[in-house]
Write a protein that binds this ligand. Structure first.
Ligand SMILES: CCCNc1ncnc2c1ncn2[C@@H]1O[C@H](/C=C/CNC(=O)c2cc(-c3ccc(F)cc3)cc(O)c2O)[C@H](C)[C@H]1O
Ligand SMILES: [Mg+2]
Length: 214
């Protein structure tokens, strides 16, 4: 059987990026997805917003839900301060395997722990299994109908503290209407929408940043 889209994306990284250079990995993926095959990475437009929010929060412990090929994993991990960690959750083994290789190619494997499995199963185990107290930053980019249940799970597991920041991709396209209602109507969050474009297109999309108030 032929290669998959993620495998072709990995090939493009190995061909066009410089080992150990995260920015070149990001550029290689963006170029491939813009000119060869579209893929559902957060992309370069929304990626700049992700970069600026991440830099502002400067998390010690970050969580990503939905690794896919590891594009946003590399974007986040490359900006972490020394000693800070990113946990990323992916339940599809084939995607996890490609992501591991892309993260390693960028030289960021020491900052990233890729946990294979479903967020619903793994979130309740984070404290005991990885000795995590809180997540200062959470990037939500998995199935859009799972944003609300997993946010509630993070709250119930005591993994958010006052000031923790949630950043959700695709709140317009494909859309996460229940999530927007949840964070915008809850007294426990201060929310703000960052308008942008759906990756590699002119279609509107955006990120919702929600600060947990405790
Ligand atoms: C029940 C398990 C939940 N827990 C889970 N636990 C662990 N891993 C999980 C869980 N749920 C999902 N995953 C993994 O995360 C990834 C899933 C990512 C999903 N992303 C989109 O669907 C999307 C679509 C478009 C789009 C826009 C316009 C179009 F025309 C077409 C597509 C754009 C975008 O930026 C998008 O992020 C990965 C594929 C999948 O294996
Ligand atoms: Mg997305």
């Amino acid at each position: 059987t032929g290669s998959s889209r993620p495998q072709r994306m990995l090939k493009a990284v190995q061909k066009n990026a410089t080992k150990g250079d995260p920015q070149s990995v990001i550029s290689a993926i963006d170029h491939y997805c813009r000119h060869k095959e579209w893929a559902m990475n957060v992309g370069d437009d929304k990626g700049l917003i992700l970069d600026s929010v991440l830099t502002e929060v400067n998390p010690s412990t970050a969580l990503e839900l939905g690794t896919y090929c590891g594009y946003s994993t590399v974007r986040i991990a490359r900006l972490l301060s020394p000693g800070s960690k990113l946990f990323t959750v992916e339940f599809n083994p084939a995607f996890a395997e490609v992501a591991r290789q892309i993260i390693a190619y960028a030289g960021l494997q020491d900052k990233v722990t890729l946990v294979e499995g479903s967020s619903g199963d793994l979130i309740p185990k984070m404290k005991e299994q990885f000795g995590i107290k809180y997540f200062d930053f959470v990037f939500l980019d998995h199935w859009k109908d799972r944003y609300v249940p997993d946010t509630k799970l993070l709250e119930d597991c005591g993994l958010l503290k006052k000031g923790s920041v949630l950043l959700a991709d695709n709140v317009i396209c494909p859309g996460a209407p229940e999530y927007l209602k949840y964070v915008r109507n809850s007294p426990r969050y201060e929310s703000r929408y960052y308008k942008s474009n759906l990756e590699y297109t002119k279609v509107e999309d955006g990120l919702e940043k929600s600060v947990f108030l405790g």
